[in-house]
Design a protein. Structure first.
Length: 138
C-alpha cells in the first residue's frame, strides 16, 4: 500500500519548495575622475533595497558587486531570480560570453562561491534598463 506521510493535522510532510525571490540589480561605473560609482539591489517581494557607493569601479565591476550583494542578502537554500540590465553580467553568468577581464573573473568566481556555500538556486535574466527599479536607486 502506497501511503503518503502526513503530520498530525493531516497535511503532507516532505520537502518544502522555496518560493522564488526576485531581485533587481544595477551598477554604475565611475566618472573619469574615478568617483561616483556604486551599485544597488531591490527585492520585489519585501521591497527591501540596498545602495552602496564605492569609487573607482568600472560599470561591469559595479554590476557584479550588486549581484554579490544581492546574493549575500539571501537566506541559505533560497531560490533567486536576478534581473539585470547588464547583458555582460547576465551572459557571462549563463556562459554565453567568455570572461576576459581578470577582475570580472574574480567577481564571477565569488558569485559561484556564494551560490555553492549557501546552497542557492540562481537564475539570471537580462531586462531593459527601463524595467529595472534598482537603476533608480543609484
Amino acid at each position: 500500500m502506497n501511503r503518503k506521510k502526513s503530520n498530525r493535522a493531516g497535511k503532507p510532510v516532505g520537502r518544502v519548495v522555496p518560493r522564488l525571490i526576485r531581485i533587481y540589480i544595477d551598477g554604475s561605473g565611475a566618472r573619469p575622475d574615478g568617483m561616483g560609482s556604486g551599485f544597488a539591489w531591490f527585492r520585489e517581494d519585501t521591497k527591501s533595497k540596498h545602495v552602496e557607493r564605492c569609487d573607482r569601479l568600472t560599470n561591469n565591476q559595479a554590476e557584479y558587486r550588486a549581484f554579490i550583494a544581492a546574493l549575500e542578502s539571501a537566506s541559505k537554500g533560497a531560490q533567486i531570480e536576478i534581473l539585470t540590465d547588464s547583458q555582460v553580467v547576465a551572459y557571462q553568468f549563463n556562459g554565453a560570453y567568455k570572461v576576459k577581464d581578470p577582475s570580472l573573473e574574480t567577481l564571477l568566481s565569488k558569485v559561484h562561491d556564494l551560490i555553492r556555500k549557501n546552497s542557492l538556486t540562481v537564475t539570471i535574466k537580462w531586462i531593459r534598463r527601463e524595467q529595472n527599479p534598482a537603476g533608480k536607486l543609484i
